[in-house]
Design a binder for this molecule. Structure first.
Ligand code: CP
Length: 308
């Protein structure tokens, strides 16, 4: 049996058994809380702090919902109105908050490696959960994407998954590859303009291509990613109309994929740049299922780390 986790900072090197246990637990908690209509007391008396240094709609809200549904208290730390704005160091903020007896810190930060830094500097038994650091990891997104795929296509070894877009700057792509490789997905294709693909050595198990028409051919799952403008130099930004022509998922391209191909996107969507409206809102779109699964996956992670 894989050991219980103390922190969740990345899915890299996480054994298949741990990934599967978290996905199974997400489904068990979904059923136990009757899809959110029943509150549980699994984490009664525990306190979870949301510490977001970058904007978020889905991740922050779903961590809050997840913690509350498990009976925990939640603090949403407002960076803009905190002493961070007066120059307080991250570790002083951490130790100040720890002195108030927190059980978990959910952190998002633009600097890759910040969650591990917090793990190294945490003085007490606080657990750290990575809600996205730089371009490195977004482990709960990787888990919720894997869960969404498993609900429709549990035969992972037969699947072709195409991830298309700005993969170089994407923490989602990295955590998706780590989760899907751990679960034994048959073929993972990474597609985008050369400047937006990761180094070839980073994912030797994946097929790299700049040609979206061939990357989508026969794919069972298409995960579309936005251009991460906040992590690019202005001079590197592609022309959006040209980008959509080459890398946008529209109905014509979707027809090249396998029948029933699952269309996924972690959000936020940039419609008309990486995905057409009628594909994002179409019958094959699983985008809102991903959002719903985010709450159950985050419940599973918090329960794994904190349940007594
Ligand atoms: N997928 C994702 O991380 O979305 P948010 O930035 O809205 O949290």
């Amino acid at each position: 049996m894989s050991p219980r986790l103390r922190h969740l900072t990345t899915l890299e090197h996480l054994p298949r058994a741990s990934v599967e246990r978290l996905l199974d637990r997400a489904i068990a908690l979904r059923d136990a809380c009757a899809h959110g209509t029943r509150k549980l007391d699994t984490l009664a008396g525990r306190t979870v702090l949301n510490l977001f240094f970058e904007p978020s709609t889905r991740t922050r809200t779903s961590f809050e919902l997840a913690a509350r549904r498990l009976g925990a208290d939640v603090i949403n730390f407002d960076i803009g109105f905190s002493s961070t704005a007066k120059g307080e160091a991250l570790y002083d903020t951490l130790h100040t908050l720890e002195a108030m007896h927190l059980d978990a810190i959910v952190v998002r930060h633009k600097v890759s490696g910040t969650p591990e830094e917090l793990v190294r500097h945490a003085m007490s038994g606080v657990s750290v959960v990575n809600a996205g650091d730089g371009n490195r990891a977004h482990p709960t997104q990787g888990l919720l994407d894997a869960l969404t795929i498993r609900q429709h296509r549990p035969d992972f070894e037969n699947l072709v998954v195409t991830i298309c877009g700005d993969i170089r700057h994407s923490r989602v792509a990295r955590s998706d590859v780590h989760a899907l490789a751990a679960l034994g997905v048959g073929e993972i294709r990474l597609c985008g303009p050369a400047a937006l693909l990761p180094d070839a050595a980073e994912f030797p198990q994946c097929r790299y291509t700049e040609d979206f028409d061939s990357a989508i051919e026969g794919a069972d799952v298409a995960i579309m990613l936005r251009l991460q403008k906040e992590r690019m130099a202005a001079t590197d930004l592609p022309d959006e109309a040209a980008y959509f022509r080459q890398y946008g998922l529209d109905q014509r391209r979707l027809k090249r994929a396998a029948k029933g191909c699952l269309v996924m996107h972690p959000g936020p969507l940039n419609r008309g740049i990486e995905i057409a409206d009628d594909v994002a809102d179409g019958a094959q779109s699983r985008i809102l299922e991903q959002v719903a699964n985010g709450v159950f996956v985050r419940m599973a992670v918090l329960a794994e780390l904190l349940a007594r």
